[in-house]
Design a protein around this ligand. Structure first.
Ligand code: ARE
Ligand code: CA
Length: 461
């Protein structure tokens, strides 16, 4: 079973896209542990190409050169330090691993860790891999053909043959090294481009975590309903990304009346126990990976509502995106003159970051919903109330959530909670809510900044 994230029952991970290992270690200690985040999806940790045209795009990290832990985010020593410091405060690291392919055809040179490589001749001495470890070249141009999707070259990336025993062992060796360092799980990049049976064979070669249990797996499989490859082919291997939820959430924020149907099993959506869910990811927020009409940090008001709803709802295992700001879709992370990644600075109020880092995971309507989701885990929705601009529901008898598109609400609603005084988690108690003897509460929202209210039994009072 590959579905346990190993974080003591916590429910939310954050993707700190392109952050340096030194900054992630600090963020675990000073913030994520205190807010109840389960863990961090980190950018690829292994050696990758350095693309010069366009200058050092974010996507160079998706072209591996070797499995040496030396990337744009830092050295092996820095990575190791991050993993153990985060783990020490109860925050786990999940590594984005690229095992479908190596660098793109035609690329040659030296990687971030100093290894030479020559994709034209299928030579990656840093692993080592040679020609026999790759599938013969064919172009992937028909997603309607599952054989092509698995065996041909995704955007000309040299496609490894995971049916080959040496390749399986090399990949397993890479993952086992990460496991030894204290990593709790993996995002499998381009999982759709690998056969489920090969992933199973690789998983069977993996060690248990040092503290016991199988590593957590979530696989990137883009299934928007229109192709033969379904997320369900991969659920025996762990969680699977559910991209349809991005679309449903965006539609639902336009009209809250539709959020009740945000989980659409008729459309083939993944069961809740295997769906890795998010409002946007590092690809679709910039038009890669299928793109689509989605909400991102560039539309902050609606974005806050979408992420807050996702965290309040009872579907899937949730991932919060934490971005850098960008104006073109190739642009890499904020960098210094030599292209080294800039430090993340934290704003004085703690609710955002500087140096070009957006830090959505610190926005109060997002960050403070983490405690809500953790507290109500295992319960279902009740007392559901929705108009096109207002929405509220309880989670079992443990918590109550409401949000308003305009930021304004003035309604008495049944909360399903025991009588008492409750604190709003979003505003750190600046708003208080009284539940009367029959479970009703007067819910008042009057702030565009915090268009959400959430409170829990046993929370701060
Ligand atoms: C770059 C250049 C290419 C060049 C290549 C090789 O852009 O022009 O040919 O390098 O030199 C990321 C970027 C790519 C980039 C790549 C390598 O997005 O632009 O290519 O890094 O540097 C499909 C896959 C899905 C994949 C998306 C992007 O199914 O797995 O494409 N997503 C992951 C990552 C990406 C990453 C890769 C995989 C590669 O999250 O960040 O690519 O490691 C439909 C289908 C989808 C398909 C989608 C887009 O929606 O259903 O399956 O997604 O179209 O084609
Ligand atoms: Ca493949």
């Amino acid at each position: 079973d590959y579905t346990d994230p190993h974080c003591g029952g916590k429910q939310v991970i954050v993707h700190l896209f392109e952050w340096k290992w030194t900054d992630i270690a600090l963020e675990c200690e000073r913030y994520l542990s205190k807010k109840g985040y389960c863990g961090v999806q980190v950018s690829p940790a292994n050696e990758h190409v350095m693309v010069t045209s366009p200058p050092r795009p974010w996507w160079e990290r998706y072209q591996p050169v070797s499995y040496k832990l030396h990337s744009r985010s830092g050295t092996e020593a820095e990575f190791t330090d991050m993993v153990s410091r985060c783990k020490a405060v109860g925050v786990r690291i999940y590594v984005d691993v690229i095992i479908n392919h190596m660098a793109g055809l035609g690329r040659t040179g030296t990687g971030t860790g100093g290894s030479s490589f020559d994709s034209t001749n299928y030579n990656f001495p840093g692993v080592p891999y040679v020609r026999e470890h790759f599938n013969p070249y064919c172009k992937l141009n028909n997603y309607g053909d599952p054989n092509q999707v698995r065996n041909c070259y995704l955007v000309d990336l040299t496609d490894l043959d995971q049916g080959n025993e040496y390749v399986r062992n090399s990949i397993a060796g890479f993952l086992n090294k990460l496991t030894d360092l204290g990593v709790a799980g993996y995002r499998l990049d381009a999982a759709k481009h690998m056969w489920p049976r090969d992933l199973t064979a690789i998983q069977q070669k993996l060690k248990d975590l040092p503290e016991g249990g199988r590593p957590f797996f979530f696989m990137e499989v883009i299934d928007q309903g229109g192709e033969p490859i379904k997320t369900q082919e991969y659920t025996p291997n762990g969680y699977v990304t559910e991209f349809r939820y991005c679309i449903k959430l965006r539609e639902g924020i336009n009209d809250f009346g539709r959020l009740g149907q945000a989980v659409d099993y008729g459309w083939g959506m993944t069961d809740s126990g295997h769906a890795l869910v998010f409002v946007d990811n590092h690809d679709n927020q910039r038009g890669h990976g299928g793109g689509g009409d989605l909400l991102t940090h560039k539309n902050p008001q609606n974005y806050k509502l979408a992420v807050a709803f996702m965290l309040a709802n009872d579907y899937g295992f949730t991932r919060v995106m934490s971005s850098f700001s960008f104006s073109n879709s190739d642009q890499g992370p904020p960098h210094n003159g030599d292209f080294s990644t800039m430090d993340v600075t934290i704003n004085a109020d703690g609710k955002g970051c500087g140096n070009g880092w957006v830090c959505e995971h610190r926005w109060p309507s997002i960050a403070n919903m983490v405690a809500f989701r953790n507290a109500v885990a295992g319960t279902t929705k009740g007392n559901y109330y929705a108009t096109n601009g207002e929405l509220a529901f309880s989670r079992g008898n443990k918590g109550f959530f409401a949000m308003s598109k305009s930021g304004q609400m003035d309604k008495t609603l049944q909360t399903g909670l025991p009588a008492g005084q409750y604190c709003d988690l979003i505003t750190d108690c600046a708003r208080k809510i009284t539940v009367d003897g029959s479970g009703n509460a007067h819910i008042v929202l009057n702030s565009n900044d915090n268009p959400v209210v959430a409170f829990i039994v046993g929370g701060p009072t």
